[in-house]
Design a protein around this ligand. Structure first.
Ligand SMILES: [Cu+2]
Length: 219
């Protein structure tokens, strides 16, 4: 039993890594999201442990309990404290990941079932299909919209998730600490080929920015 548990831990943790894991952040925005996730997991584990301890106490010998302490202490004040802490943490992190201050802007346009990205270049806007180019080490605001149905833009290792809605432009800030290729996907079921609606984000060395991009043919 102990052996199975010891073997299970690495297997469980192996699920935390990978190109589409929000628990393997590669930038400050994703780092904040992952931090909130771990804080919530720790809190949930603590609460589960406490409930299991109370259940275990129920199997012990009967004892005198003070109703006020149990009803108000554990029934009212404790959950109020936990919820206040969770809310304060979520508001603090939520505020940090909002787009504050200037940033490079790129456009993401979703349609069934592909992504078109528009980059402002020295010779005017350049469109690419399925590949978004950003500089590493600086914030980038993605202006997200859609042509047909609701999609969702998500690069788990670089930031949060944002809906792509026809007729509306949503702004999402992402940032990559280091140059590299990061995987993204549509995170809102949008039809038959939703599962294939993937894209890559290439973060370039800032010294080599802007890269020479090739205009994609219009679909
Ligand atoms: Cu989709």
């Amino acid at each position: 039993m102990k052996c199975a548990a010891l073997l299970g831990v690495p297997l469980l943790l192996a699920g935390c890594r990978g190109p589409l894991s929000a628990l393997s952040p590669a930038g400050p925005v994703a780092q904040d999201v992952a931090g909130l996730w771990w804080a919530m997991l720790t809190g949930a584990a603590g609460l589960t442990g406490m409930v299991l301890a109370l259940v275990a106490m129920g199997f012990g010998r009967p004892r005198q309990v003070r109703e006020g302490r149990w009803s108000f202490g554990l029934g009212v004040w404790f959950p109020l404290g936990v919820l206040t802490l969770a809310l304060a943490g979520a508001i603090w992190v939520g505020e940090r990941i909002l787009p504050h201050g200037p940033a490079l802007e790129v456009r993401a346009h979703a349609r069934q079932w592909s992504w078109t990205f528009t980059h402002e270049g020295p010779d005017g806007p350049v469109e690419t299909q399925g590949v978004l180019h950003v500089p590493a080490g600086q914030p980038v605001d993605v202006l997200i919209t859609a042509a047909d149905v609701i999609h969702s833009f998500w690069v788990p290792r670089l930031g949060g998730k944002m809906d792509a809605i026809p007729g509306r432009t949503n702004r999402l800030r992402i940032q990559a600490d280091r140059p590299g290729t990061y995987e993204g996907l549509c995170a809102e079921f949008c039809g038959l080929d939703h599962a294939d609606m993937r894209f890559d984000v290439i973060a370039h060395d800032p010294a080599l920015w802007p890269p020479r991009l090739t205009q994609a043919p219009r679909p």
